[in-house]
Design a protein around this ligand. Sequence first.
Ligand code: E4P
Length: 221
Amino acid sequence: MKIFIDSADTEEIKKLVDLKVIDGITTNPTLASKTGKKYPTLVKEIFEIMPEDSIINLEVIDTNYEGILSQARLLSSLDDRVVVKIPCTPEGLKACKTLSSEGIRVNITLVFSSMQALLVAKAGAYFVSPFVGRLDDISEDGVGVVEDMVQIYDNYDFKTQILFASVRSVEHIRQACLIGVDVITSPYQFIMEMYNHPLTDKGLKQFLDDWKNSGEVFITK
Ligand code: E4P
């Protein structure tokens, strides 16, 4: 089970890399545009920050078959860690089939139904990214859609990995793990919240206070 950060903020990415908690990163054009950095500069910085064995998801912005192929091949040639994100459209899935047969790893993004996910698997994608939070935003059952995907992929032994995206809370991450997804991608704040429990803070304070009050000295060499 992998944890990715869903961000283009290099300070956030650095902090989680430093904590050795993330296996990869997802970005999208919206996240990239919010940084105010030139895209080539941002991508270069991400390549420098991310560990050697991580996964870096970068998205195409073209929407027709030939354009997607050309941008995907370019992104993939930049670094071995790149997985190319392509939107879930007929042209995108056609491009996915072609790129996958060339050995280029594809993440089909903007997926909102299990039937889209079936086509994604048949197109040979490496990842499928259901946007759970955006389904919840319109009062649909995002987690339920992912449960269907897991069942369908299990029924037919599809190899495409399910990447639970558009996370809105730690509770989403917990549900994703119970369903058995392969990857979750989360904003920085929810990964940090996963560490928290008031009893950890309370317990640590008590340990340190008791130690201090005992006057004990720690072992030395
Ligand atoms: C995933 O790859 C997407 O970047 C992301 O999860 C979208 O989430 P949002 O709905 O919070 O924009």
